[in-house]
Design a protein around this ligand. Structure first.
Ligand SMILES: NC(=O)C1=CN([C@@H]2O[C@H](COP(=O)(O)OP(=O)(O)OC[C@H]3O[C@@H](n4cnc5c(N)ncnc54)[C@H](OP(=O)(O)O)[C@@H]3O)[C@@H](O)[C@H]2O)C=CC1
Ligand SMILES: CCCCCCCCCCCCCCCC(=O)[C@@H](N)CO
Length: 351
């Protein structure tokens, strides 16, 4: 019996290959794909919430950071916190730089000026992490066109204009040297911030789910195109974040949406979201999440997007296909209960 024909050898080889493939995709042997010490990083929406937590985390790890938002007072307060972290680091990272930039990123000019000012102060951009965004929950029929436009500008254009500018600049410069020899490639990154909403329908987020899903779709396309330039593209998709933005949106949030969101009994601090998203980025995850719920929702929606941990993510997606039958019934039930209680709009003359 020749070797390749032996069922035992074939069996053992298959098992060994599966273990190696799983280990590789689980990231057991993977290098850190996002070292940040000494890197120049622009963080948008960094005056509060997740963006501020991201900027503080990156500063604590030795990055040069440019923070961007509109309101100068909030920016100054965030800058003081980040500077304190950099001062505490001074012996380890003596040359750390911080730039503070006020710009409206939903305008092309604001986005371009923000990048120019950031680069003048901290150097050529190596990583752009877009966190600026926000939700104005409500009902589609009740929004004014301007409300829908606000969400598109705040969530989509505020990320797309600046990413476009940064990619044009990155690709007009010589390819990066291997400044970080342990890291192989992965020198430059664009990171968007979407939401669990991009994976799962949630009544009340009709103005928000579109732009957030658009960012996620853009990430898939841009990730592929940016293979040309050796730039990595990612999109973070966290669940609820205990931020000033969440407090604010809760003021106008429909009760039905509050009820559904209460199922996520683990809303996270901005610090935890920043930490877990960075860990996923370091493993090379294209759509980083920060909680198990968001991970489950991602697994069910991921399609052709590359995933680290192929085996587990795929098994999880099968489980979710079943779980979703009940989750969707539950959520639709909450909406139908409201309809039963209030009647159709023309019956109670709401229009
Ligand atoms: N909070 C949550 O439950 C969740 C949030 N997300 C997403 O995560 C990101 C962070 O959320 P969160 O921590 O709640 O953020 P916050 O709403 O608390 O803060 C938003 C930040 O973005 C800035 N920003 C908003 N619009 C612009 C603009 N046009 N130009 C420049 N800066 C702008 C704000 O500053 P200023 O207003 O001064 O410009 C602020 O710094 C957002 O993209 C959000 O959609 C995802 C999942 C859940
Ligand atoms: C099998 C998978 C089941 C999934 C069930 C989902 C249950 C609901 C959880 C809702 C979490 C809210 C997400 C982000 C909200 C957001 O982005 C805004 N707050 C932005 O500010």
């Amino acid at each position: 019996m020749s070797l390749p024909d032996s069922p035992i050898v074939i069996g053992l080889t298959t098992v060994a290959a599966l273990i190696v493939a799983t280990s590789l995709t689980m990231g057991f042997f993977a290098k850190n794909q996002m070292p940040v010490a000494g890197r120049n990083i622009i963080v948008t929406g960094a005056s509060q919430g997740m963006g501020k937590a991201v900027a503080i985390l990156l500063a604590s790890l030795g990055a040069n950071v440019a923070i961007v938002a509109r309101d100068l007072t909030k920016l100054a307060a965030a800058a003081a916190e980040i500077q304190a972290v950099m001062d505490a680091n001074a012996s380890k990272y003596p040359d750390q730089k911080l730039a503070v930039i006020s710009a409206d990123l939903s305008e092309v000019e604001g986005a371009q000026r923000a990048v120019a000012e950031a680069e003048a102060q901290i150097g050529e951009t190596e990583i752009l992490w877009c966190c600026a965004g926000g939700a104005n929950p409500g009902f589609f029929r009740d929004y004014k066109p301007a409300d829908l436009e606000w969400s598109m500008k705040t969530n989509y254009w505020s990320a797309v204009y600046i990413a476009h500018n940064v990619i044009q600049l990155m690709t007009s410069r010589p390819p990066p040297t291997q400044k970080y020899p342990t890291n192989g490639n992965h020198q430059r990154k664009i990171i968007f911030t979407s939401s669990l909403v991009a994976f799962c329908p949630l009544v009340g987020y009709s103005s928000y789910s579109g732009p957030k899903a658009a960012l996620r779709a853009l990430t898939d396309t841009l990730r592929q195109e940016c293979l040309l330039y050796d730039i990595d593209v990612h999109c973070c998709c966290p669940g609820s974040i205990l931020s000033p933005g969440l407090d604010n949106e809760n003021l106008t949030k429909p009760d039905m949406l509050k009820e559904i969101e209460a199922e996520d009994d683990t809303p996270q601090t901005p610090e935890d979201v920043a930490k877990y998203c960075l860990e996923e980025l370091q493993r090379g995850q294209t759509l980083p999440v920060s909680s198990f719920l968001a991970r489950a929702a991602r697994s069910a929606m991921v399609g052709p997007t590359p995933r680290v941990g192929f085996l587990f993510e795929t098994l999880l997606s099968w489980a979710c296909a079943i779980v979703y039958i009940f989750v969707r019934r539950g959520h639709d039930g909450i909406v139908l209960r409201e309809r039963k209680a209030k009647g159709l709009p023309w019956e109670n003359r709401q229009v």
